[in-house]
Write a protein that binds this ligand. Structure first.
Ligand code: CS2
Length: 457
C-alpha cells in the first residue's frame, strides 16, 4: 500500500495560500476544499491553496499534514463508490497555533476566509449579538485587549488574525461563512464587529471598512468516516489514506456578496453567484435540515440509527412529508421546483451507502431548531395551523432531552434538567428556552405533550 504524499500521488506542488479556513472538518473537506480543487484544476485559473485550521478537533490536522494536505473523497452513490483526490489544501494546522494563523491572515496574497465553525461556534446571544458574557468569549476579549492572540473562540481567532492583517496593511478581504445559519453573512458581520467594538474602536472601524461578509447556502451530506471507509478507499485507489472523507454525489453552493481581493473560481465546481441567497437558504434549511432534525429526534423512538433507515419507515416518511407540506407553503419558489427538490431529498436521504448517524445530526439542537424548524412552526401558527411535522420534531427533541444519555449541546446540562419530571410541566419549560412564545401557545404545547407521550410510550 502506498503512502499518500504529493510525490507519490502526483498532486502537484502545494499552491500559494489564498484562502484561510477556520474549522478543518469533514464537511469543509467535502465542500469548500473540493470546490477550490475544482477551480484549481480548470483551464486558465491561477491555483489557490488553502491554509486550514482546526476548531473543535485539534487532532484533525496531523494526518493531513503527514499527507502533504492530500486526501480522497469517497463519493458514495446508491450504486457504487468512487474516489477523488483533493489537492487544494496547502497546509493543515492546529487552530491554537496563533502565530501561524495571524501570519497567514496578514499575508496580502490571502483574499478570502471561509468558516465552518458550527452553529454554536458563533457564540451568539438570543438577539444575535455576540454573547460577551460567555466565559470563553469574555476570556478572549481580555486577551485581545492586551494584544495577546492566544484565544480560543472562532470569533476571537478570526479577529486576532484581522488585527494582524490590519497591522501589516495587507488590505481588504472577504469572510465567507459556510454554516447553516439564517443570513450567515450578516450574522457573522454582527458577531465580528460586535466583538471588535468590545476590543478596540479603531480595529472595529477597520473591519467595517475592509471586510466583506458574503452570505452562502451550502449543501453536501457528509457522514462521519469509519475505519471501514479507509479500507474501501485503500482498495479503490491503492493509497493508505489516513484521512478520507465520505460524501454523497450531490453538492450545492450559492453565494452572494463581494470579494474585494478576488477569490478562487469556484464556479468551476458548480458554485452559483446570486444577488440574494434567501430563497435557496430557506429551501435548504427548512426542507433538508428541518427534516434531518425531525428524523434525528423522532427516529430513535422507532428504533432507527441512520437517516436511510428512518426515511424507509413509512411512519417517519409520513412525518417528513407533513413537515415538507407545511414548509412548502411558506417558500417563495415555484411548486415544481419544490416538488423536484423533495424528490431529490428522498433519494439522497435513502442512499443506503451513506451511513448518516441520527446521533450526529442530533447535536446542538438548541442552536439548530430555531433556524431550521421554528420559522416554519411560527408561520403555520400565525395561519392558525398546528403543523404535525413541527410538533413531531419538537416532541422528539423533548424525548431526546428526557432520555439524556446522548445529549451534546452547549446548553445540554440545563436542558436535560428542564426536560425532567412530569411531562405536563417539562414541555412548556423546555419550549420556553427556544422561544417564550412557544410555551404560551396552549394548542402547540398540548400537541407536543400528546406526541411526546406517543413517542415514548
Ligand atoms: C445536518 C447537516 O448535522 C446536521 O445538522 O442536518 O450537517 C446536513 O447534513 C448538511 O447541512 C447537508 O448539507
Amino acid at each position: 500500500m502506498r503512502r499518500l504524499t504529493r510525490a507519490e500521488a502526483g498532486g502537484g506542488e502545494a499552491a500559494t495560500v489564498r484562502v484561510v479556513h477556520l474549522g478543518l472538518g469533514a464537511f469543509f473537506r467535502a465542500h469548500q476544499a473540493w470546490y477550490t480543487h475544482r477551480a484549481n484544476t480548470a483551464d486558465g485559473t491561477e491555483p489557490a491553496g488553502i491554509a486550514a485550521f482546526t476548531g473543535r478537533r485539534p487532532d484533525a490536522a496531523r494526518p493531513l499534514a503527514d499527507q502533504d494536505g492530500l486526501y480522497h473523497l469517497l463519493v458514495r452513490d446508491r450504486d457504487g463508490d468512487r474516489t477523488e483526490l483533493v489537492t487544494s489544501l496547502s497546509g493543515a494546522y492546529d487552530g491554537a497555533d496563533a502565530k501561524r494563523r495571524d501570519g497567514t491572515l496578514a499575508d496580502p496574497a490571502v483574499s478570502t476566509v471561509t468558516l465552518t465553525i458550527t452553529e454554536a461556534g458563533y457564540v451568539r446571544a438570543a438577539d444575535g449579538a455576540p454573547d460577551l458574557a460567555d466565559p470563553r468569549l469574555a476570556g478572549d476579549l481580555e486577551r485581545l485587549r492586551a494584544g495577546d492572540s492566544a484565544v480560543s473562540t472562532a470569533p476571537g481567532r478570526l479577529l486576532a488574525g484581522l488585527a494582524a492583517r490590519r497591522a501589516a496593511d495587507a488590505g481588504p478581504l472577504a469572510v465567507v461563512p459556510c454554516d447553516n445559519l439564517v443570513d450567515n453573512g450578516a450574522t457573522v458581520a454582527r458577531v465580528l464587529t460586535g466583538v471588535a467594538d468590545a476590543v478596540d474602536a479603531d480595529l472595529a472601524a477597520w473591519v467595517r471598512a475592509n471586510v466583506s461578509f458574503v452570505s452562502t447556502t451550502i449543501d453536501r451530506i457528509t457522514p462521519a468516516t469509519t475505519p471501514g471507509d479507509r479500507d474501501v478507499v485503500a482498495s479503490l485507489c491503492g493509497f493508505a489514506d489516513q484521512a478520507p472523507v465520505v460524501t454523497e454525489p450531490f453538492t450545492e453552493w450559492v453565494l452572494a456578496g463581494d470579494f474585494p481581493a478576488g477569490r478562487p473560481a469556484w464556479e468551476h465546481g458548480g458554485a452559483r453567484f446570486v444577488d440574494d441567497v434567501r430563497p435557496f437558504e430557506q429551501r435548504k434549511l427548512w426542507l433538508l435540515n428541518g427534516a434531518h432534525s425531525l428524523l434525528a429526534y423522532a427516529g430513535p423512538a422507532r428504533g432507527h440509527e441512520t437517516v436511510a433507515e428512518a426515511i424507509a419507515d413509512p411512519v417517519c416518511r409520513g412525518w417528513v412529508d407533513a413537515w415538507w407540506d407545511a414548509a412548502a407553503r411558506h417558500l417563495a419558489l415555484e411548486a415544481a421546483d419544490i416538488a423536484k427538490y423533495r424528490d431529490d431529498l428522498v433519494e439522497r436521504f435513502a442512499n443506503p451507502r451513506i451511513r448518516h448517524a441520527l446521533a450526529q445530526i442530533a447535536m446542538d439542537g438548541s442552536q439548530k431548531l430555531p433556524i431550521r424548524v421554528l420559522p416554519v412552526v411560527a408561520r403555520e401558527r400565525a395561519d392558525g395551523v398546528l403543523p404535525e411535522g413541527g410538533v413531531v420534531a419538537l416532541a422528539g427533541w423533548l424525548a431526546h432531552l428526557r432520555d439524556g444519555t446522548r445529549v451534546r449541546d452547549p446548553r445540554g446540562e440545563e436542558l436535560v434538567g428542564l426536560a425532567g419530571g412530569p411531562v405536563e410541566e417539562a414541555v412548556p419549560r423546555v419550549l420556553a428556552v427556544l422561544d417564550p412564545a412557544l410555551a404560551d401557545d396552549a394548542e402547540l404545547v398540548a400537541g407536543v405533550r400528546r406526541t411526546l407521550t406517543e413517542l415514548t410510550g
